[in-house]
Write a protein that binds this ligand. Sequence first.
Ligand code: 5GP
Ligand code: ZN
Length: 290
Amino acid sequence: MSDLRCDLVDAGHLIATGIDGIVGHGAVFEDVVRRLGLVIGRWGIDNGAETVHFPPVMSRANLERNGYLRSFPQLAAVLHGFGCGVHGPFTTGSDGDLSTGLMMVPSACYTIYPMVAARGPLRAEGALVETWSRCFRREPSTDTPRLQSFRMHEYVKLGRGADVVAFREAWIEKAQALYASLQLPFRLDNANDAFFGRPGRLMASSQRERNLKIELLVPIMVGAKPTACCSFNYAEAHFTEAWQINMEDESTAHSGCVGFGMERTTLALFGHHGFQPERWPDGVRQLLYG
Ligand code: 5GP
Ligand code: ZN
């Protein structure tokens, strides 16, 4: 366990569960997560985003249609139930293990594409959606900022390619201003998703070459290695083709998203500014506590 995590547990801001990457949060930590969410949400209000929320589980069929099981099977988690006999539930053996058809949501934006697809072709201005979700990725780790269960606050833009690119550019600027206002050290870097296996290596290098994923990296405390606190993703026609989302004039629609890691950013605030938000720098307090 890192010193920061131990200290945050001792202070009651984090609650250890004994499972790597699964932590509870005290009221003060949660309050910061909520306030950060409100700050991120302001852009959506100013820019006419539609806000929607989904549960942290979704249909396996929809996640497969998004290509998730092909690209990231190592991170995926399926929900199973138990069959019940006269003596109670079967808790061992395959005959007692029943699929629910549900999987844990791994990224908030995956819940959005089926919703937009069901509405039919996109008008010229496209669609702009704000959402957040508890996300699950099966990657137990003792690294403090790497959680199996975490919250991701996202904006998803669907529409003409040029509009999606402009959305992403706007957010790259906006997010840098946000982390500067939070007085956190950061840098941007070209990145790739953790695609599985040998074909995955090709997909990762192509994603990098085409500059499709950019991350904003923050060391969660002085001396820590930088970790991605948000990402700016241009998916081109990957999801829109899978969901047959087109423009009204039948041209191809593209999509992109920006995702904020809420626990990571909050950890960085505690890591850099101390464990008592009432003592955080004035500018940071002004932004979060108004
Ligand atoms: P991405 O889809 O780019 O992998 O994730 C979007 C954002 O979610 C990341 O930039 C990061 O802030 C957050 N995130 C991704 N994986 C994890 C994780 O394992 N733990 C935590 N706490 N946040 C994560
Ligand atoms: Zn996304």
